[in-house]
Design a protein around this ligand. Sequence first.
Ligand code: NAD
Length: 354
Amino acid sequence: FFREEFAVQWPAIRVRFGAGVRHDLVAEIKRLDCRRALILTTPEQVSVAEEFAVLCGDHVAGTFSRARMHTPVAISEEAASYAREIGADCLVAVGGGSTTGLGKAIALRTDLPQIVVPTTYAGSEATAILGQTEDGVKTTLTDARVQPEVILYDAELVRTLPIAMTVASALNAIAHAAEGLYAQNRTPLTSLMAVEGMRAFRDALPRVLANPDDLSARAETLYGAWLCGTVLGQVGMALHHKLCHTLGGSFDLPHAETHAVILPHAIAYNARAARDELRPLAELFGDDEPGMALHRFAGTVNAPMSLEDLGLKAGDLDHAADLAAKNPYWNPRLVERDAIRRLLQAAWSGDPPV
Ligand code: NAD
């Protein structure tokens, strides 16, 4: 992974791992010199918000349980007003990327410090990136204010993640690492983290599927999520993430599942131009072809395989290919509209990558 030239800038993030580490929440709030936390969750995880309110004791200012996928601006503004109204001095976001996104969106508007307690493997907690939607358009920004200050990885909280979501979210994390391997601004450390992150999922995900309550396996998947998310926060992403962004933003497909379906296809596409960079991935997942290696792994963990199953109509494929090829961005291989159309066709049908 040695490179002769590279630049690294690390954000100051405090990261703690441990089953039950959430019980130290008050100590972490005090460490930030704060005393009035606003707890954030989705409506589905409202009981977790209640548990966290109890954990915070007299350090809780309120709860807001309306986080939604793709961070709608209207909800973020309402939540930021609520934070000001109740005099919150920090945010505690407990959940997946949607809840972390809400915390980031409030932080952008208020500059409040954030403690994130991730319950999926999306990895958003490790980045200064925020995706927001307004009037059906999803835009992404990078801003130091949205980078969470503290991350608490508590394996006990991922045990409830349903198996289908566990698998899709794991592939979402692996996607950050896979694209990190060929990123133009990769560094020796991001490549090391990418490989170790993927290794953690390769080894621990089957153990989680065999026993979703296996705390040690859950902890190892969270460790993988942290490494893969850190790669996402450090380097630029390419075709795979752009395709998923287009499909999620314009066709309202579910985030993690879309990543799971597209990943083998996007990596097969780019392997033609980045074979050496992707070799560690191919070795990890045991096939000469990186895309096929991921396709096989996805099969062994029963990952979603087809865009049709996610609700994309056959008639949308042309438009999706147009959109994906429209705005130019850096990618190891030229993004050609017709080749992308073929890629999408295979992903739609659930065929092996072409
Ligand atoms: P999510 O946060 O939308 O969660 C999906 C559902 O699962 C929600 O109902 C949630 O409440 C529930 N859930 C989460 N954890 C659970 C658990 N342990 N037990 C039971 N239910 C649980 O899904 P996600 O895939 O984590 O996040 C997707 C969002 O994150 C997208 O909007 C995406 O754009 C964003 N994201 C952003 C970044 C970034 O760096 N900005 C990175 C990755 C993802």
